[in-house]
Structure formats: C-alpha cells, structure tokens
Design a binder for this molecule. Sequence first.
Ligand code: FAD
Length: 392
Amino acid sequence: MDSTDVIVVGGGVIGLAIAWEATRTGRRVVVVDPAPGSGASHAAAGMLAAVSEYHYQEEGLLGLMLESARAWPEFADGVGAGCGYLGTPTLCLAFDPADRQALADLRAVQEAHGLDVRPLSLREARTREPLIAPSLAGAFEIPADHQVDPRRLTASLVDALTAEHGPGAVLRSRAESLVADGPGTGIAGVRLEDGRVLRAPETVVANGLGARGLGGLPVELPLRPVHGDILRLRVPERLRPLLDSTVRGLVRGRPVYIVPREDGTAVIGATQREDGAEGVLAGGVYELLRDAQALVPAVAELELLEATARARPGTPDNAPLLGRVRAHDGGGHVPGLIVATGFFRHGVLLAPAAARVVLGLLDGHADPRWEAFLPDRFAPAGRAAAAAHGGT
Ligand SMILES: Cc1cc2nc3c(=O)[nH]c(=O)nc-3n(C[C@H](O)[C@H](O)[C@H](O)COP(=O)(O)OP(=O)(O)OC[C@H]3O[C@@H](n4cnc5c(N)ncnc54)[C@H](O)[C@@H]3O)c2cc1C
C-alpha cells in the first residue's frame, strides 16, 4: 500500500492546478489519471473571460471568476511561459442591429457590476483588427479578458509535477473508488483500477464528469454533460496575424468566438448542446464556420486542422462543486475529502482560484466567500448522506 500527503483524482486543468499549488507548499502530491489533459480541458479554447462570459443570474459566480482572473498572471508566472498565457484583450462584435442591442443590454449589466467594457467605433475596431468584416453593427473592447492555451498548460503542469516529485507524481491509472477505514473515519485514499490502494490524509476529487462514476463518494454530485464542438485551424503565412485580440460576438443571436494562438493557429468555438452525442456534429461545424466568417471573412481561407467535441461538467446552477462535504449531522465535514468539479464553461479561468480554495482547505481555512459552492448544496436538506463517513 502506497501513501502520500495529498491524492488528486483527475488530471485536467483543475486537478493539475490544485496539485501544482499543493506541491509548491512542500506537500507530496500524487495525481491519478489514466490520460491527463484528455477531458474537457483538451477541447477548451482557454479564454479567461470573467467579463465577457458573465451571464445574467450567475452573480454568485462572478466574484470567483474575477478573483481567478486576477490570480492568473501570477499563476502563469509560476507554471512558466510554456503554458501559453497571453495578456491580449477581447473584442466583442455585433453582426446586426439586434445583436448590437443585445450586447448593449449585457454591457449595461456588466457596468452595473463595475466591469470594464468599452464601446469602440467600427473604425477603431478595424484599426485594431483590420481583418474583421467592414459591415458589422457594433464593437466593444474588454481589456481584462485574456487567454491561455489549455493543452500547453496541462502539459506544462504535468512536466512541473514530475520534475518536482519524479514520474510517480502523475499515476496513469483510473481511480475506482474512495476508501474509508471504517464508519466515521472519513476518506483514507483511493482504490485504483488494478486493486491497489493509495492512501493519503487528504483526497481531492477533481475528475470532472468522471466524478459521477467514482465509488465511495458520501454525496451525490449532480453533474451533467454539456457537449461542445470546437475547431482548430491554421492561419496561412500571408494572413498572419489573423487577429491580435480574441474576437467574440453575436451573429443573429448566436455566440461565436475566434481565439488567435501564438503558433499561428486559431480556435473557433463553441457549440453548447445537451443531446448526449459524443462525436463532433456536422451542423455544429457548419454553424461555427458560418458565424465566424460573418465576423472575420478571412476565416474561409484557413486550413481546418481539427474538429473536437468534449463534454463540459455542468451543474444545476452552472457553478462549481467546490469544498468539503458536510457531515450528515451538520456538526462538521467528512474528514480527508475535498471536492473540486462541476466547472462547466469556466474551468480554465477558474483553475487558479480553485487551487487557492483547495489549498486553504488543506491548511484548515475555509473561505466563507465561497460557501455558496459547497458540493453538497443540492443534497436533501443541504446535507450529505454521509452517515458512513460523518466526521469532525
Ligand atoms: C468546447 C469547449 C470549450 C471550452 N472553452 C473554455 C474556455 O475558453 N475557458 C474556460 O475557462 N473553460 C472552457 N471550457 C470549460 C473547461 O474545459 C472545463 O470547465 C474544464 O476543462 C474542466 O476541467 P476539469 O479538470 O474539471 O475536467 P476535465 O478536463 O474533464 O478533466 C477530468 C480528468 O479526470 C480524468 N478522470 C475521469 N475519471 C477518472 C477516474 N475515475 N480516475 C482518474 N481520473 C479520471 C479524465 O481522464 C480527465 O483527464 C470549455 C469546454 C469545452 C468542452
């Protein structure tokens, strides 16, 4: 039986960010994942879009998004330039007058929350980005919404963890279930697919949608898959740079974005569907290309490299399941267990904040600002069915 200080189940952006921050405090950490970086994080565009992704009725989430956006430069510095963090701004475009009105309405709400959204004349917008369509209806600049390359980020984090603790820091295995030593003793580690048990005083469940299938959880996590189709394209030399900013916008009411990468590629995304279809849908690819071309006509001349679909880990209120699980009697929490999943559309943005929240919990400090995200908030009477694990 092997042991360590912290086990992190799941090596997507969330699990790896948590593992990395915990490692930096001197803890021994093991990430368990059969294929790190292959889940939703593999598809993500990497927009760090606290402002432009602000949605009505998600006020509770805004504080965490802004906190994480502020944490990103330092987090990226710690991981290193290889993660592909760029402090470039976002340009938000309206295709027709109805789209302009919708974006203006959203801007009013964003401004009411103190968010920085600046109207631009179309001339100004085209001076900044000469390849946007000449006939658009409106433009706004969002200076604080930056980007990172999630694939480079997960690879950099795996490298950083293995450089620190050796290849065993990222264990290519599936966690079958959490293990407990007995009633009331809390979580003592995980059982792996080969039957081995890995023990630690703290286990972090950060395996995205996979948390639904993890045995031994003392609470039901209401996760649902929200699939997204997304495209990667190469910009021919003669069109580089296609864009300096991330461009996103509304085209006849449909959202679309184009994220330019440093390596001369661009990412166009993303659909959002709950039909359960795992593969890339042709209709989604068609709509993305059509709408992206309406904003940036030169998109038609890019080489299509890849169409990918992945499921985002959605929750009933679109906010993460983040924190310790309360014991059934309300007198404490289940020892040895922290949950960090359900990051839905914002996992890349929220990774540094999730890591900070988890680090606080490992240190014994729960930040009351994030109580709204407790992972058992949807359980009956707001309490986990944790009779078997009730702890301190
Ligand atoms: C098309 C698309 C575009 C997106 N764009 C953005 C964006 O621009 N900005 C943004 O912030 N977010 C974006 N997102 C959302 C973001 O991708 C997710 O919120 C984020 O990746 C969730 O990270 P995660 O680590 O929780 O889950 P995942 O990345 O899904 O990782 C979960 C990991 O757990 C592993 N795993 C599963 N079960 C087990 C098990 N039993 N044992 C061990 N390991 C297991 C899997 O192999 C996987 O590596 C996008 C998502 C999609 C689909």
